[in-house]
Write a protein that binds this ligand. Sequence first.
Ligand SMILES: [Zn+2]
Length: 129
Amino acid sequence: MDIKEVERLLKTSGFFTKLFLPKHIILIDEPVTENFSHQIINYAGLQPKWRKDIIIITSLGNSETVFHEWAHTLGLGEFGANLIGKVMSRFKGRRASMPKLLDFDFTYREAPSPNPKLKHYVLEIRGGE
Ligand SMILES: [Zn+2]
C-alpha cells in the first residue's frame, strides 16, 4: 500500500473533517512482528495510544487496516475499530457515487525519515479556511 492509496481511501470516505485526519502516516515496507507469549503476532497496522495523530501501516496492511487504525485515532477500542475498518473499506473505489462533502483538499507530503524502510508523511491541507 502506498501513500496515494491511503490518501484516496481517506478522501473517498466522504465525511472526514480536517480535525479527524491523521497528521502523520508512517508506511513500513515490511511486516512488523512481535513475539508475544510464544506467539508470533503480525501487525498490519499500529496506532500508538500516546500519539493519537499517527497511524502506522505495514506491508501487510490493506484498506481495512487504514480505517481500523484511523478509528483508533478517534479513541475507539478494538471492537469499534474492527467494525469501522470492515464497513468503511467496503466503500473504497465508490468515489463517483459519493457526494463531495469536503470543502478542502489534502495531501500527505513525504518528510525525512531515519530509515529507508520507513516512510513518514505529514498532512497538508489546502483551502476551506
Ligand atoms: Zn486495533
